[in-house]
Design a protein. Structure first.
Length: 368
């Protein structure tokens, strides 16, 4: 068992997000040896953390909750989407996109992109990972409604009611999955399948917060959890949430729970190493930026492969990465996929700080 103060606990969960985003980047190299392993739980980590930090105060101010989610999830998607939309034709001419699957944007394409932003969707291939933002937005809202209903029914037994309600909804949606897949409105179809199923992972995070003090954190725990994950991989359990590919739901929830606990204990151990802890906290706090920019960062490694192996420049359009001859290039892909967005974050923070100082100096000058 472990007891850590609130500040340290926040750092541990930042490290969890840092590990989660590294797992995401590693999974997106496609041919990495850890691909199937991390896909078992890498995105579940973020839903789990969202459930852990859900605050009950939001049920009394639903508009505040909605506004916070719009600012933290929808606005970033629109911001990155507009920038990448404007750069689309430049990226196309730079061979970042395959002409067989993409084309130069026309005025109508730009208008279509702007319409898609209204539903928190971007069609830019290099921003493909940002589908997750809309999913988390919807799942968080569904979870908030569930907490509100359970609190209205009984404050004392609200967690039991919430768990039962989520279980009932998941079973109902899974039983009628064939009918749900026939619905012609994609967003409704995903809400009644993927997003409904994922509310249970937020519930896991909420329950973990309640019983966290009973969690044994030791080398035996992490070894057992790792063996369970390796066993699931050995059994060829496949999870691909973006493509709506789930194993039987009990297996999916088991993999998610084991993976999240494994990541948590690993984060606790990392937190005990000061230098590595600071790095991973920084990575975790920049996880959204890494999520948005890692596919673009992959192009740097792709260009290096082209120069070394003498490939045609058309190979740069390979997505998500150029197939590897000797199966070690996934390592620089992961490194650049994390490091380059972090470099962008650092430069942006430095520029914002400098502009802030300049602004304050100008204000003081004019006041004098």
């Amino acid at each position: 068992m472990t007891t850590i103060d609130q500040r340290e606990n926040s750092h541990v969960f930042s490290i969890m997000k840092g590990l989660g985003i590294i797992f995401v980047v590693a999974g997106h190299t496609a041919y990495s040896p850890v691909h199937n392993f991390v896909y078992l739980f890498h995105l579940a980590v973020f839903y789990f953390v969202a459930g852990y930090f859900f605050k009950d105060k939001y049920i009394d101010d639903k508009l505040l909750f909605l506004w916070k989610k719009i600012k933290s999830l929808w606005f970033p998607l629109i911001g990155y989407g507009i920038v990448f939309m404007l750069l689309h034709n430049l990226f196309f001419r730079a061979h970042f996109y395959n002409p067989q699957t993409c084309h130069l944007y026309t005025r109508q394409d730009y208008l279509d992109c702007l319409k898609n932003f209204c539903t928190c969707v971007t069609t830019e291939q290099l921003l493909g990972a940002l589908w997750f933002l809309r999913s988390l937005f919807i799942v968080s809202f569904l979870f908030m409604i569930g907490v509100w209903i359970s609190k209205r029914l009984s404050d004392r037994y609200s967690d039991i009611i919430l768990g039962g309600g989520i279980l009932f909804a998941v079973v109902l949606c899974s039983v009628f999955d064939a009918e749900i897949q026939q619905i012609n409105i994609p967003i409704i179809r995903r809400i009644l399948s993927n997003e409904c199923y994922l509310t249970a992972v937020l519930y896991m995070g909420r329950m973990f917060r309640k019983y966290q003090r009973y969690m044994p954190v030791n080398i035996w725990s992490i070894a057992i959890l790792l063996m369970l994950l390796l066993f699931l991989q050995y059994k060829n359990v496949t999870v691909a949430i973006a493509s709506s590919i789930f194993p039987p739901l009990p297996v999916f929830y088991f993999a998610s729970a084991v993976g999240c606990l494994f990541t948590y204990i690993l984060a606790v151990y990392i937190h005990k190493l000061p230098t590595l802890s600071r790095i991973m906290i920084y990575v975790g706090n920049a996880s959204l930026t890494i999520m948005a920019l890692h596919f673009l960062a992959f192009k740097v490694v792709g260009l290096l492969q082209i120069l070394i192996y003498g490939y045609s420049i058309d190979y740069l359009s390979a997505f998500p990465a150029i197939s590897d001859r000797i199966n070690i290039w996934w390592i620089p892909y992961v490194f650049c996929g994390v490091a380059l967005p972090l470099l962008y974050t650092s430069v942006k923070q430095m520029l914002v700080l400098q502009f802030g100082r300049l602004y304050n100096q100008l204000i003081l000058k004019f006041k004098l």
